[in-house]
Design a protein around this ligand. Sequence first.
Ligand code: PDD
Length: 299
Amino acid sequence: MSIALFNGEFLPLEEVRISPLDRGFLFGDSVYEVIPSYAGRFFLLDAHLDRLARSLAAIRLPNPFGREQWERHLGDLLRHNGAEPTDGSTPPDLGLYLQVTRGVAPRDHAFPDVSEPTVLGMVSPIRPLGPAVREAGVSAVTRTDERWGRCDIKATTLLANVLARQEAVESDAVEALLLRNGRLTEGAASNAFVVRDGTLVTPPLDSGMLAGVTRDFVLGLARGEGVPVEERGVTAAELRTADEVWLSSSTRELLPVTRIDGEPVGTGRPGPLWTRLHAAYQAAKPGAVRRQSEAMNHE
Ligand code: PDD
């Protein structure tokens, strides 16, 4: 059974009860993170906690915990969900979902005078890319980016993302690529990259999107591999004529997009640069996980 962290306590997820007056429920007045862990150990936790701190500051909600308290709570959450099996088996790969809301108060749009933040943590399995995706890639559709102007905040107010993703699913695609004023911003729940003439291009952080932790990791890997990288605007035409298109996120790592709006991307198969960077990603994971554990043990 899945164990959740709820306001400092660990209990079965099914037993968590959220008040109807919780501002996360009523207003989407809350922020979140999704943090991967592999075999019981965190991947890039520091970067996720840094972004959580930025999101909280942006919505003027005091961070309920210091760094060490977060690490302790989240480490305990993993342990409650099988990070240290007693039978010697390998612990599962888990995505850790973390949400902080402005708490429970009588309904009024303005901030309440007094409220305790609600903190929820829960886990779900992360599965590696199956052979079908590695061989054939995935489909995406394009949609107009109808979201608000603060997509740099990892807010739970995700209705536009939900509608875009649902339209993708109804077109047998896994993601909607969002276009604002004719330029690519990101996917409904992922960042996007294009490859053109051997150069890896991705929209810059100030283009109305989330600063993806995975995006940053992939850019570092690409630079380390000597791949030319450009962070600049990507037009819809450049997206449609790219040699390769990729998506990145904490739960899906690096996905090759081989069809957009029903048309093939490049050759219609995952491209050579994706194959190289996907391999580099898998090779770099153990080291990144180890460095994160060492950093936590040295505090
Ligand atoms: N979403 N852009 C958006 C809008 C996202 O929701 C996400 C991740 C990303 C990728 O960010 P990162 O690499 O830090 O995971 C970009 C998570 C996985 C989710 O909502 O489930």
